[in-house]
Design a binder for this molecule. Structure first.
Ligand SMILES: Cc1cc2nc3c(=O)[nH]c(=O)nc-3n(C[C@H](O)[C@H](O)[C@H](O)COP(=O)(O)OP(=O)(O)OC[C@H]3O[C@@H](n4cnc5c(N)ncnc54)[C@H](O)[C@@H]3O)c2cc1C
Length: 661
């Protein structure tokens, strides 16, 4: 035993209690500020195919699904020091909606055709978060203005003396959007301009509401009082349809204050006023990003999508596939693993708690099933897959979900997609660098109603037309002399159910004929809008909601998780969607159903999933680690900025920026 002199012994005796307190406190401080992922360097590497030997021992968390949400969730947990296993059912690729595929010597992205400019900026919250996860390896390119152009068939229903345009541009900045709209519909109409400004202000308010809703998911409930007001406004606006809010603002001249007190019901039928008919038709522009017609869609889906693109748009440099490769590679650096060809058959529940999953190779449907255990399980595929497929059907929570009195959310509609390979260089062909949106009519509800009943004879209500080859700066080197194009329109699962049990590529002649009829509409619209490609389409293939079911395991082929209708945010559904928590201990949600659809919304859903597992202190530790990098990004942009000023900017942007779509 060490002997101290009397003075040291006296001092030690006096300070002993303090030292005893100080030691654990300093250990806590050291743990708190030590972020295990800080110095991890990632080596981007594709996922291996599932095999039981590749599964690491003593897993902390298993994440099901490697889309934007699953990748974000698993990445942050790994950075926090957890051993994470990310399982993806796709036989070869991670990424979910962000994966790319190749056929006939060409490449196409699947569900990321553009995103907000914010995702591309290190000084924007979304971009900074992605940088934090990919160590800055994921690069983006801002799309030139206009990033979107929408066009309608020629229409002579114009008010006397007003212009008759059939195409409209969307540029960064809400003022620019309003200016160009008014110029093309009714120049000098100041009252209409004011109403459009109210519309845009509402979109900004929705955005703020979602930021606060997201924050409320990670802070303790005793602090919720700070956010209650703006979340209440959000929920009020969420209970109105897009059509009714348009009626309130443009027909009844409602202010925001009026709207927060109540919203009138729009009369049935098309808008009779030719000016308002156009304004409403054009302001429906974001509809393609959430696939719900104006009579049914919640206004907040419209609002957040509009806000998402208010600063402009961006696209990846290189294939969108790289996002998942770069962010999931972090797992291996931290002792975890990423495996594809791994279908999770079900989640194991023991003593009421999620304790693991049963997995088999997707490529061998009758192959052996492997049980894998972990402390937590995250479902990063839709909430409908979770309760319909992954959990025991006799579990009380599943029974509650299946009870129509206790759950009114439904899955999103699906799409049909036409992937085209075009002969020739994009520049030589003068292919548009912006997205084109075809709208069948200014009366979008009636266009939807007709198409849903008869998709063979009616043209789709909206069609997205994009040329990734013009947006990705690496394309000309990777595919010289070839261009690609993607067209997307709405599609219902019910059109395809009779073929749903049949294997891919063997669904029979009737299915092929139906696909051919749907594809014809899309090809006609492509040739009308970009006539220079008429004889240049060398190859095309059509995807349907069955394709989404096969390659993305989208429940009933639904593209966006929960359908963005007015039920989505209704009180009885708060426990099912827009939350990372479930009622089953050890089981969490990530991805679009944990927050919002779209790549950015699903990424935030993944972050919320990670935060739910890390708890309040763990989440604070994550925020502190992130803020340090966020502040550095501001200093890199402006080297004169002091550290405290950089932190101030980082905190301000973290709390106030556009959140997602
Ligand atoms: C056609 C289309 C176009 C779109 N365009 C855009 C766009 O331009 N911009 C934009 O921001 N958003 C767009 N979106 C929306 C966006 O891509 C999605 O909302 C978002 O990427 C969803 O991310 P997620 O992680 O929630 O789910 P997903 O990306 O769907 O990932 C879920 C993953 O889980 C896997 N999985 C499911 N079940 C299992 C199981 N049992 N076992 C193992 N793995 C499983 C799936 O294979 C999938 O990889 C588009 C979507 C579609 C369908």
């Amino acid at each position: 035993m060490i002997k101290f002199d009397p003075i040291t012994t006296l001092l030690l005796d006096t300070w002993k209690p303090l030292l005893l307190l100080l030691l654990p406190f300093s250990a806590f401080v050291m743990w708190f500020f030590h972020w295990p992922g800080r110095n991890a360097k990632i080596t981007p590497m594709r996922a291996s195919k599932f095999s039981p030997e590749l599964v690491p021992k003593n897993l902390d968390t298993i994440v099901i699904g490697s889309g934007s949400g699953g990748c974000a969730c698993s990445n942050l947990l790994a950075q926090a020091g957890q051993k994470v296993l990310l399982l993806e059912q796709h036989e070869e690729r991670t990424g979910g909606c962000t994966h790319t595929f190749h056929l006939e010597g060409c490449e196409w992205d699947t569900g990321l055709h553009y995103t907000s400019e914010g995702m591309s900026l290190p000084t924007h919250r979304a971009g900074a978060l992605l940088n934090f996860m990919t160590r800055g390896k994921q690069k983006w390119r801002r799309l030139d203005d206009p990033y979107d152009q929408i066009f309608f068939p020629n229409d002579d229903n114009v008010a006397p003396g007003r212009p008759n345009f059939n195409n409209y541009e969307f540029n960064a900045g809400s003022k620019n959007v309003i200016r160009s709209l008014i110029e093309r519909v009714d120049p000098n109409n100041d009252a209409l301009k004011k109403q459009c400004e109210t519309w845009m202000e509402l979109c900004t308010m929705v955005n703020e509401g979602f930021t606060h809703l997201g924050i409320s998911r990670v802070i303790p409930s005793f602090l919720h009082f700070m956010l209650r007001k703006s979340i209440k406004k959000l929920y009020t606006l969420a209970s109105y349809t897009v059509r009714d809010v348009q009626y309130a603002i443009f027909n009844c001249n409602y202010s925001i204050e009026d709207l927060l007190k109540g919203c009138p019901k729009a009369p049935d039928g098309p808008e009779p006023d030719p000016i308002l008919r156009r304004v409403k038709g054009v302001l429906n522009h974001p509809i393609g990003d959430y696939a719900v017609q104006p009579r049914v869609a919640t206004f907040v889906a419209q609002g957040i999508t509009m806000a998402h693109y208010m600063e402009g748009a961006a696209y990846t440099v290189g294939p969108t596939q790289n996002i998942s490769i770069r962010s999931s590679s972090m797992l291996r650096e931290m002792g975890g693993e990423v495996l594809c060809d791994a279908t999770v058959e079900n989640i194991i529940i023991e003593k009421g708690r999620a304790v693991g999953v049963r997995v088999r190779n997707t490529s061998t449907p009758n192959g052996p099933v492997t049980e894998i255990r972990s402390r937590n399980v995250v479902c990063a595929t839709s909430v409908f897959n979770l309760y319909h497929k992954l959990l025991p059907q006799d579990h009380p929570v599943v029974k509650e979900f299946l009870d129509p009195n206790k759950r009114t959310i439904v899955e999103s509609n699906g799409h049909v997609f036409l992937f085209c390979k075009i002969k020739g260089d994009a520049k030589e062909l003068k292919l548009p660098t912006h997205n084109l949106w075809y709208f069948n009519s200014y009366d979008l509800d009636s266009a939807f109603d007709k198409y849903m009943i008869d998709p063979v004879h009616e043209r789709p209500p909206t069609v997205y037309i994009g040329f990734p080859c013009t947006k990705d700066s690496t394309w000309p080197k990777r595919y010289p002399g070839i261009s690609n194009c993607i067209l997307i329109s709405d599609g219902l699962w019910s059109w395809f159910t009779k073929w749903s049990g049949l294997p891919v590529h063997h669904r029979g002649a009737e299915y092929e004929k139906f696909k051919d009829q749907l594809a014809r509409h899309l090809l006609d619209i492509l040739y009308e809008s970009v006539p220079q490609v008429r004889d240049k389409v060398e190859y095309w293939t059509l995807g349907t909601p069955l394709t989404e079911d096969t390659y993305l395991h989208s429940y009933n082929g639904g593209s966006y998780g929960t359908r963005c209708d007015t039920n989505m945010f209704a009180e009885p559904n708060h426990k099912w969607t827009t939350t990372p928590h479930t009622k089953i201990p050890g089981l969490y949600m990530a991805g679009s159903d944990a927050f919002l659809p779209a790549v950015c919304g699903a990424m935030y859903g993944g972050i919320l999933g990670a935060s739910a597992i890390l708890g309040y202190v763990g989440s604070l530790r994550l925020v502190v680690a992130f803020m340090s990098e966020f502040a550095t990004a501001f200093q890199e942009e402006d080297p004169k900025l002091s550290r405290p000023a950089a932190y101030t900017r980082a905190i301000r942007n973290f709390i106030t920026e556009y959140v997602a779509n």
